[in-house]
Design a protein. Sequence first.
Length: 232
Amino acid sequence: MAVARHGREGGRHVETTFVVPLWVDLVAVGVGALQGALFAGRLKERRIDLLGVALIGVVVGLGGGLLRDILLNELPVAMRTNWFLLVAVGAALLGMLLQRLFNRLNALIIALDAVTIGLFAAIGTSKALLVVGVPEIPAIFVGIVSAVGGSILRDVSLNLPIALMHVGSLYAVAAGAGTVLLVALWSFDVDIVIASIACAVVTTVIRLGSVRYGWSLPEQRAIGSWRVWRRA
């Protein structure tokens, strides 16, 4: 839950109150931790014990929010109540215990992962805009970091190539599109709840589209080849 000090009305900033429902934050953390534990559990080539899997789940579930609050120079919200760590640990343990079941529901997990990215992007951008009052461009950056921070910390912890850099992931692109839409709608005085929902939906759709249809940005090598061809 957050009480904002800044808002917009008629093109000018005014005092307002903005509340992020606790259950929304907890759902995002729980799904992120579950996905992180499942990811770690599938790494057969690495010997990770149960504690390690649980820790990766917690890192994924809480990483984005921690980075967001560090950027905003605030006490991490996960440190303000018992629920965040309990939900993250519980979801990670659930992922470990029901690994085989969840592996059969891979499509559902991918969908939930995409929704989680959208939720973190919306929460991060909204908090930056309304609670802290940062300008629009930095708010977009905070939202993107909030969305992809957990997966970055996961890959760094496991000494893996960062998935964010891979062709076809579109994690940051999806979060960027959603957060830009949120800021644009908010700038036109659209209610922040509606703008946040739009952000989550757009982010989710783009991320799922990249998985289903292979959407991706051009590879660096392809761009380089095009430049060579143009010179010729």
